[in-house]
Design a protein around this ligand. Structure first.
Ligand code: ATR
Length: 298
């Protein structure tokens, strides 16, 4: 990589950003396509966010940036336009700058959808029953993908019941009569409920810490084909995924979603075709990231 006066800047804005894997992903792609660009972390604390975001679009050689925790919602009011998906999710994780105007997108939508299609190509969303754990920031994109893909039924389990109801109400506003039920999180939910889920997705932060336990007991699953998807990728196998594997259930962690959302953002910035070109980088990126995560003790 050679930096000169024509180098274009990309980056990720958040707080903290010290552990982000986005720079290795995007700089790999920059190298692969021999672009005169660089992708950097922008760590901006809450006190400085407003000043930073007001000024950033005036850097003429800034092509765009990702946004991560805690600014995915706060950024929206500073943007010139946002995509319909970002509006429905009410979160922006990708900004493209064109003629000093900022346009917002949400590539998590694509990342979640494509990660399932890529790993379980025979799984068809239509008619499926889904159990979603959590109702926080990550749950909205997940729920929208699933409900827009004509699943039959979604049950949201959440520790704080009213947060589950809030997400349900937001989804009902964005979609036409989705079939959503909210229940209080319960470790023995699968024992007590009649639901036979085809897919269980953990969107909570539970599992990030090695000491975290699984939120539900998979022992009571009445079938052995339910896909257990945990959006967490570090650790690579949470307690939920370990228990799923021990029952012979198909599993997926969040690494592919991380990669695929990054590819979508990169395509938005560069115009490089996602399905014909960028998708080829999934495999090498998986290997690179696994090495990095291993070196971090994941
Ligand atoms: P956000 O993603 O909105 O920033 P978060 O703190 O990461 O917030 O929480 C995301 C989800 O994880 C929420 O559904 C949260 O449940 P609550 O609505 O009850 O807060 C869930 N969550 C976080 N810690 C949890 C825990 N220890 N047990 C169960 N659920 C938990």
């Amino acid at each position: 990589m050679k930096i000169n006066g024509n180098t274009r800047i990309l980056g990720v804005l958040g707080y903290p950003v010290k552990h982000t894997l986005s720079p290795p992903i995007h700089n790999f792609l920059i190298d692969k396509y021999k672009l005169n660009s660089i992708y950097l972390p922008f760590e901006v604390s809450k006190n400085n966010f407003e000043k930073f975001i007001k000024g950033i679009s005036h850097i003429d050689n800034l092509s765009g940036f990702n946004i991560t925790v805690p600014y995915k919602v706060d950024v929206i009011k500073h943007l010139y336009r946002i995509s319909s998906e970002a509006a429905a999710i009410n979160a922006v994780n990708t900004v493209k700058i064109n003629k000093n105007k900022m346009y917002g997108f949400n590539s998590d939508y694509f990342g979640f959808k494509r990660s399932i299609e890529l790993n379980y190509p025979k799984f068809k969303f239509r008619g499926k029953r889904v159990l979603m754990l959590g109702a926080g920031g990550a749950s909205k994109a997940v729920a929208l993908v699933l409900l827009k893909s004509s699943i039959r039924e979604m049950v949201i389990l959440n520790r704080t019941y009213k947060n589950g109801v809030r997400i349900k109400n937001e989804l009902q506003k964005a979609l036409n009569d989705p079939n959503i039920t909210v229940s209080q999180l319960d470790f023995e939910y699968l024992k007590k409920s009649k639901l036979l889920p085809d897919l269980i997705v953990n969107t909570t932060s539970v599992g990030l810490k090695k000491t975290d336990k699984a939120l539900i007991d998979l022992k009571y699953l009445k079938q052995r084909k339910t896909i257990i998807y945990d959006l967490i990728y570090n650790p690579s196998r949470t307690k939920l995924l370990k228990s799923a594997s021990s029952y012979g259930l198909p599993v997926l962690n969040g690494l592919d979603m991380l990669i695929l959302q990054a590819l979508k953002s990169f395509s938005i910035w560069t115009g490089i075709s996602l399905e014909d070109e960028l998708i080829k980088s999934v495999k090498p990126l998986r290997e690179n990231l696994k090495k990095i995560l291993k070196s971090q003790g994941a």
